[in-house]
Design a protein around this ligand. Structure first.
Ligand SMILES: [Fe+2]
Ligand SMILES: [Fe+2]
Length: 359
């Protein structure tokens, strides 16, 4: 054990005792592996020096850090680069097609946008990179309503596969995702992208995107399920949703699917008022608090498959350690087993440790 000035601390050093602020608030507990963030935190509390253990850092950390992260590997892959280009083209087509229809209320060529999305999905399915990895790596680029709809569309297609739907139903699910938020195009940007909390009146305006979406799609040659998904994707099985407060028996099957994809996609994307939330945190939240709001069988299938798609990804834990997801426990989906060097850490046995980021 040694005493060391905070300004000389390095990430990877381990605290030898609990550290408190001047007014007795616990800042870091004993055996905490320091990160750059936690060192900055100590500085912000004006801590001058602390005691650390003689172990300078977890030995495996350096080994892991030498390898490029999964994110870096995905972004450097030609398949991802091709996916990004096609994705952006798809977003542009959607934008051009829909902005006209929203303004002029005319018919639009839905087939063209759908076939572009399906061809994007078809090309990506042949890649060694999973669709989930492709989508999560697109998050930093574009958070527009159009990008959100293309994202949801692809995710609905993947989800339909997990639900073992046939090809026709998969196309239908893809279309539901693609047009579900079309009503947002009639809501002004200053409300949609408002950084602060919405007023009661603004919230009512936002809620109207469901009805607006239905009215835009009503005259189009589209399957009724697609129109219903625009209308009902914010309805919740326990009746707590909008616009009508429908319960499970009145909500269409494809709207239930779209609702799950929509909420997952929205929470894992950055917003003007917050950063993107780590997918494992989203899984944990969806599993506990809001489970009654969604179709339980669909939700379970979705969460099981989403978490399984993260096997092999590198993650950062709340104690500062980094490692690789190696096993998803079906009874504790948001608490997988992490390999850190030669060690295995079963997070279902350490519920106090959370995954804070996929890196
Ligand atoms: Fe919506
Ligand atoms: Fe949405």
């Amino acid at each position: 054990m040694q005493k060391i000035l905070v300004r000389d601390l390095k990430p990877g050093m381990i605290t030898a005792e609990d550290i408190y602020s001047i007014d007795g608030q616990l800042i870091l507990s004993k055996d905490f592996v320091l990160t750059q963030d936690s060192i900055s935190r100590l500085e912000s509390f004006a801590i001058y020096s602390i005691r650390i253990t003689d172990q300078i850092s977890t030995p495996y950390r350096e080994v892991i850090n030498q390898a490029p992260s999964a994110k870096e590997k995905v972004r450097a892959n030609p398949d991802f680069k091709a996916f990004k280009v096609s994705f952006e083209e798809n977003v542009d087509t959607l934008k051009t097609t829909l902005s006209q229809v929203v303004r002029a209320n005319s018919n639009f060529d839905a087939e063209n946008v759908i076939s572009q999305t399906l061809s994007l999905i078809g090309k990506t399915e042949k890649s060694s990179i999973s669709m989930m990895d492709m989508l999560l790596n697109m998050r930093d680029y574009d958070d527009s309503t159009y990008a959100h709809m293309v994202n949801c569309s692809i995710l609905c297609n993947v989800f339909a596969g997990w639900l073992r739907m046939n090809q026709e139903e998969r196309v239908l699910a893809t279309t539901c995702g693609l047009f579900h938020d079309i009503g947002n195009l009639r809501i002004t940007e200053d409300i949609l992208k408002k950084p602060g909390e919405l007023t009661v009146r603004e919230r009512e305006v936002v809620k109207r995107h469901t009805m607006e979406g239905y009215s835009i799609l009503a005259e189009q040659k589209l399957h009724p399920e697609v129109k219903n998904a625009a209308l009902m994707h914010h309805e919740r099985c326990d009746g707590s949703g909008y616009p009508y407060g429908f319960t499970a028996d009145k909500i269409s099957r494809f709207s239930k699917m779209t609702a799950i994809v929509d909420v997952f996609n929205a929470m894992t994307s950055k917003r003007v008022y917050r950063k993107a939330i780590c997918p494992f945190t989203v899984v944990e939240e969806l599993q506990s608090a809001e489970f009654s709001q969604y179709d339980p069988d669909m939700m379970l299938t979705f969460l099981k498959n989403v978490t399984n798609s993260f096997i092999g990804n590198r993650v950062r834990l709340s104690n500062g350690i980094e490692g690789e997801v190696v096993f998803i426990n079906p009874n504790a989906l948001s608490h997988p087993t992490i390999q850190c060097g030669q060690k295995f850490l079963d997070l279902s046995q350490h519920k106090d440790i959370k995954i804070t980021a996929i890196i």
